[in-house]
Write a protein that binds this ligand. Structure first.
Ligand SMILES: [Fe+2]
Length: 311
């Protein structure tokens, strides 16, 4: 993967300002001090994605300015993996409920950074609004997989997306090494999930939506708790991210190419790790008229979650 462009939307271009060298991060010292405690078992992840010095600066500045960056996979290393995975996901979600419901790790919940049980890994239907297949990325075999080919495709794409998030984290918080080099299994709270929005029936908008928007939203505006979040453009409209600078809502699928562009955005842990220099991205999912299947990796490493993030 090579970063070729950081795209905005409409007619604005990202401002490539020099970063403020006076800012200070807790993350950098923490990473360098913890590096020796880890191991190099995941070195392949680190080798796979590395931004050039210039590319890393562009990503960091785009995140600081807009709170998101759009990366173009012009070498095709993600696109093929994405297409293979998307086919598997669409086939799985088209299965009958009883075939999907056996793919759940009932009784073995995923606990988030607050220690709260959130969901059972694997398949889950969330009312009529959406269905999901979620995994705890640090423990990928807790739940039954629909098939070996589904597992291989899912984990291949997850592996590549994690690599991009790690490279972006290195660029944004000036870590000296990718977190996958030093994070131990119980410190990896990252999650990866595929979502299917049938785009029929009711959504679950929060109270912050204006009344005119409520009927049009699957998920109302919010900020994720994570470090970085990455989603390959799925080609069906739905995801909207808010440009931190202009406050303009960007319909991701309208400005991106399916499987070639990836939207990289930030959560509250990233905002905290950079002491506000990189803001958490406000985003929402608009209800459309077509079935929408998307794939998301959410980067969460326990050491980046101070108590302040637990709101
Ligand atoms: Fe979100």
């Amino acid at each position: 993967m090579r970063l070729s462009e950081v795209l905005g939307a409409g007619n604005y271009e990202p401002e490539l300002q020099e970063p403020n060298e006076n800012r200070k991060f807790d993350g950098g010292s923490r990473v360098s001090s913890m590096r020796d405690e880890g191991n190099d078992n995941n070195e392949a992840v680190h080798k796979q994605v590395r931004f050039s010095k210039k590319g890393g600066r562009m990503v960091a500045r785009a995140l600081a300015t807009h709170s998101f960056a759009i990366l173009r996979d012009d070498l095709g290393s993600i696109s093929k993996t994405y297409r293979t995975c998307a086919e598997e996901l669409k086939a799985f979600f088209a299965e009958k409920d009883d075939a999907k419901e056996v793919c759940t790790a009932a009784g073995d919940p995923y606990f988030d950074e607050r220690g709260l049980p959130m969901w059972f890994p694997g398949y889950e239907r969330c009312g009529s609004m959406r269905e999901a297949y979620r995994i705890h990325a640090g423990r990928p075999d807790r739940q039954p997989w629909p098939s070996p080919t589904f597992r291989d495709a899912f984990l291949d794409l997850q592996h590549k997306l994690r690599g991009i998030c790690d490279a972006a984290l290195v660029a944004a918080v000036h870590c000296t090494s990718a977190p996958s080099l030093w994070v131990k299994d119980d410190g990896d709270l990252s999650v990866c999930y595929a979502l299917h929005y049938p785009n029929v029936g009711g959504g679950n908008p929060p109270s912050c939506c204006s009344s005119s928007d409520i009927d049009n939203m699957n998920v109302g505006e919010h900020r994720d708790p994570s470090l970085m979040v990455i989603e390959p453009c799925c080609g069906v409209p739905g995801l909207e991210v808010q440009d931190h600078r202009s406050k303009q809502w960007i319909p991701v699928e309208s400005v991106c190419k399916e499987g070639i562009d990836l939207v990289l955005f930030c959560g509250k842990a990233m905002e905290s790790a950079t002491r506000g220099w990189v803001p958490a991205t406000v985003h929402r999912v608009r209800r459309g008229t077509q079935k929408r299947v998307c794939f998301i990796f959410e980067q969460k490493y326990r050491d980046f979650f101070p108590l302040a993030c637990h709101d």
